[in-house]
Structures are given as C-alpha cells and as structure tokens.
Design a protein around this ligand. Structure first.
Ligand SMILES: Cc1cc2nc3c(=O)[nH]c(=O)nc-3n(C[C@H](O)[C@H](O)[C@H](O)COP(=O)(O)OP(=O)(O)OC[C@H]3O[C@@H](n4cnc5c(N)ncnc54)[C@H](O)[C@@H]3O)c2cc1C
Length: 459
C-alpha cells in the first residue's frame, strides 16, 4: 500500500543533505521543518557547523544533475554566480596514477567548481521560496521520540535559552552529518545496533584559496596529481587545483597518516612540489594567496547499514554523511547525498521507509567501492586487507587505466563512473573490455597538456 501524504516532515540538519532532503519531501508533505544548530546568515562564507566547507568541494556531474532534478535551474544559477563548468577531460588535467597525463578532449561529464558556501547559499535561497518549508535555526537535535518500531518526532533544544521541546512528525530524516548522534538516539529507543563498515585511509587535508593570475583567463583548467599505489605504495600524496567563482583557485594537498602537508607558506608549497609532477607548486608560485591554509583530518570511509536493521523503525530515513562518508579526495560525498535525496523523492509514494532506505544505500554503492577499493591499496589504510581476488582486480584496474590513456571509449566510461553518471559495473561491459583489450598500452603524455596560452601562466 502506498504511503499516505505526509502532514509534517522533520529534517534534522540543514547542511547540504538536509537542504536537498527538504526539496525531496517538499512535494510530499504539507509542512516541512529543517532544524539546524547553526544560524544561516546569507552571504556569510563559513559557519561553525560545517568546518569542512573551507576545503575544496567539487560537485561531479551525476550529483549536479540530481540537484537540478530536485531544484531545477540550480546549475544555471551557480554558473551565473561564477561557478566554473569544468568539462572532463577537456578542462581537467589529470596525471594518471601510473604516470603520464591523460589527453584532453571534449567530454560529456563535468565538475562544477565553486565554493561550498556558494552551493549551500544558492540552494538555501531557493528552498526559502517554498512557503511550507520552515528553517528552525540555532536549535540542537538531542534525541528522537517514538519507540523501536516507529519514530514519531525529535527532541530539540533551543541554543539561546536551553529550552527543551518535542516536535512530532510523520517522517523524520536525519541529515546531521558525520557527527550525527543517530546511533545513540536509536539505542535510547531500544533499536538494535546498526552495522557499520569502516575503512580509514587516515587522510590529512590542507586547502588554501588563491587569486588566479590574470594570464589564467576565465577558462583555466583544473589540475589533479596523485601518487600511485602500484608504483610507490608507501607514499600517499596528492593535490588538486579547482577554479571557482570570483577568479579564485582552491588548491588542496593531502597526505596520509604521519605525512601531513604543512599549513605555512613553505610547508604547503614544499608538499605540492613533492608530488610526482611539480605543476601545482609552479601554479601556487604564480598565484596570490587569499588568507591562510586550513587543515582537516578527514574522516574515514564509513557506511552505516540502516537498511539491514530488522525490523527497521518506521518513519525514519538517514542520508548524507550521517549515513555514509567517503574519503574526500574522491569528491563524491555531496553528490551521493544528492542522489540519495532523489531516491527519497522518487521512493516516498512507495510502500514505506524501509524500501526508501534501501534505495538510499544503493546510491552510495559506486562511490563506496571506488573509495575503499583504492584506499585499501595503501598499507597505511586501516581496514580489511585485500585478498588475492582484490589484488588481481588492482592489476586489472591498472591495466585499464593505462588503456584509458589511448582509448576514448575506455576513458569516457571511466569518467562516467567517476562522475557518478554510471555505476562501477559499467566497467564490466563487453564493449568497454574489448576497447581496453584492443587499444595500445603506451605511457601517457609526458607533461600536463596545457594550451600555449595556459602555459604562459607558468612562465
Ligand atoms: C575536507 C573535506 C572535503 C570534502 N570535499 C568534497 C568534495 O570535493 N566533493 C564532495 O562531493 N564532497 C566532499 N566532501 C564531503 C561533503 O562535505 C559531505 O559529503 C557533505 O557535506 C555531506 O553533507 P551533510 O549535509 O550530510 O553533512 P554536513 O555538511 O556536515 O551538514 C550537517 C548539518 O547538520 C547540522 N548539525 C549537526 N549536528 C546537529 C545537531 N545535533 N542538531 C542540529 N544540527 C546539527 C550542522 O550544523 C550542519 O549544518 C568533503 C568533506 C571534507 C571533510
């Protein structure tokens, strides 16, 4: 039997996942309330509840399209506000893990380059257009109401007064991020422990914003350099430059446990210079820093399997980082949240929340396999060690990566998968495997394939 129309949907957390969840339920509920502990001051760049927002946040095309399906016209609004459409691989220069640079050609997938603050404020401004959606700011979620079989609302505390209240809802959606108290809140109601999967690569992030040199113009490409687990498994370093709004570049460098980038001028630059290609250090030298570098001990890949709870409490859904977090270097967390919100919108008229939670879990499969599959290749990663089958898969992956340098069919499928526009299983399709088999295996380009005009930035 389909679920009846909702009277009140209560969304815990008004970050990216919570905002997208509000769009998802707006058409199914008479009233929607989004609760957050922060105050959302429009135009303000950063807020306490989202310290990670200072770091490079790319939105891959699969996520951007999901957001457009939930809030039509968002990509166009972001581009109008200065976000950069970075076509892959036409405007995104990537050094392959085994060495050599991928060639450039016009692609069908892209990255949206903009600050996380621009993305959030654009979406929130659009959400405010829905009169039946209310933002309840400056309010902590401290628990849930109901019992082990059904969630009926949440317990809240107003931050300024300490006043406690209980708010009833016929659907509660947890989107309070990676620090969510959901496991404790459920345990308090007698719900059994939620199974978890954890793979921790111990990544430390450092990000600094730069003003791009004038010679970079308005179409300068993104640049991505990573070390290779096949070539040098003991070292895990990488860096990315993404052009964003207002003529800025966001540059992130990252290392694994015990090998952290410095946050001062010298340490940040030296780390970038140590990557397998020094291009990021050269670009840093050509640009002007805007503010200091910020560090962040990135969270582990973690999936909470709410879909495996038997019986699952009705009336509850969990998405975003509260459900699954990924090593941020793959740039997938926000897009998975968007795909999950879409699964909520499309699944809600269905038979119940358990089926929707299963659909949410499926939206994280590809990103999970990509992130953990790659992270477990590094010995410093904490998680189940790869067995013989996984090691064979790594060799096939390296072989395919090398083929992607010279076969557009192979490269396009890899990019579709990276862009969350196709599931990882597309890499098993006969057409893909045959293209890989019959394309040459040669090294990639010896240097980043800048145009002459782009190269002037380095001169
Ligand atoms: C360093 C870093 C870089 C990243 N880069 C990328 C990237 O390039 N691309 C990408 O797609 N993803 C990236 N991610 C992942 C991305 O940030 C997350 O996937 C995304 O923010 C998930 O959004 P969320 O709304 O679930 O959580 P959050 O953004 O953490 O939002 C949670 C919200 O809940 C509120 N809240 C928390 N607890 C309570 C409570 N008890 N009561 C009331 N309110 C509460 C907070 O104030 C906050 O607003 C990165 C993450 C990190 C850490």
């Amino acid at each position: 039997m389909p679920m009846p129309r909702l009277d009140h949907a209560l969304i815990l957390g008004g970050g990216l996942a919570g905002t997208l969840a509000a769009f998802a339920v707006a058409g199914h509920a008479d009233r929607v309330t989004v609760v957050d502990r922060d105050r959302f001051t429009e135009g303000s760049a950063h807020r306490k509840g989202a310290p990670h927002a200072r770091h490079t946040h790319v939105l891959v095309s699969g996520g951007a399209r999901a957001i457009d399906a939930l809030a039509p016209g968002t990509t166009a609004s972001l581009l109008a506000a200065g976000a950069q459409l970075i076509d892959i691989p036409g405007r995104y220069l990537t050094m392959a893990p085994q060495g050599g640079w991928f060639p450039r050609f016009p692609g069908t997938q892209f990255i949206l380059g903009c600050s996380r603050a621009l993305l959030e404020t654009t979406l929130r401004a659009r959400l405010r257009e829905h009169e039946h959606v209310r933002l309840l700011e400056n309010t902590d979620v401290v628990g849930l109401t109901g019992d082990h079989s059904a969630i009926t609302g949440a317990r809240l505390r107003t931050r300024s007064t300490g006043e406690l209240s209980a708010v009833a809802a016929d659907l509660v959606i947890d989107a309070t991020g990676r620090g969510s108290g959901i496991l404790d809140w459920l345990a308090e109601l007698g719900v059994p422990a939620v199974p978890e999967s954890v793979v921790d690569p111990g990544i430390f992030y450092a990000t600094r914003i730069y003003r791009a040199p004038a010679a970079a113009g308005s179409t300068f490409p993104g640049v991505n350099v990573q070390t290779s687990p096949a070539r040098d498994p003991g070292v895990r370093r990488g860096g990315t430059l993404i052009p964003i709004e207002d003529g800025l570049w966001t540059i992130t460098v990252a290392g694994a446990t015990g090998d952290h980038p410095g946050l001062d001028d010298e340490g940040f630059h030296a780390f970038a210079a140590s990557l397998p290609d020094p291009v990021l250090a050269e670009l840093i030298a050509a640009a002007e820093p805007v503010g200091p570098a910020f560090g962040f001990r990135a969270h582990a890949n973690r999936r909470r399997h709410f879909e495996r709870l038997r019986p699952a409490p009705g009336g509850l859904l969990v998405l975003g980082d509260a459900h699954a977090t990924f090593n941020p270097i793959y740039g997938h967390g926000m897009s998975v949240a968007a795909l999950a919100a879409l699964a909520i919108r499309d699944g809600l008229p269905g038979p119940g929340t358990a089926a929707v939670q299963r659909a949410i879990a499926r939206t994280s499969d590809s990103a999970w396999r990509m992130a953990t599959g790659q992270d477990l290749r590094y010995p410093q990663t904490v998680g189940p060690r790869p067995g013989p089958a996984a090691r064979l898969a790594y060799r096939v992956q390296d072989w395919i990566n090398a083929k992607g340098m010279h076969s557009r069919t192979v490269a396009m499928t890899q990019i579709d998968i990276f862009g969350l526009a196709a599931p990882v299983t597309h890499a098993l399709r006969p057409r893909f495997l045959l293209s890989a088999l019959f394309s040459p295996r040669r090294p990639g380009l010896p240097a980043p394939p800048f145009t002459d005009q782009e190269r002037r930035v380095l001169d």
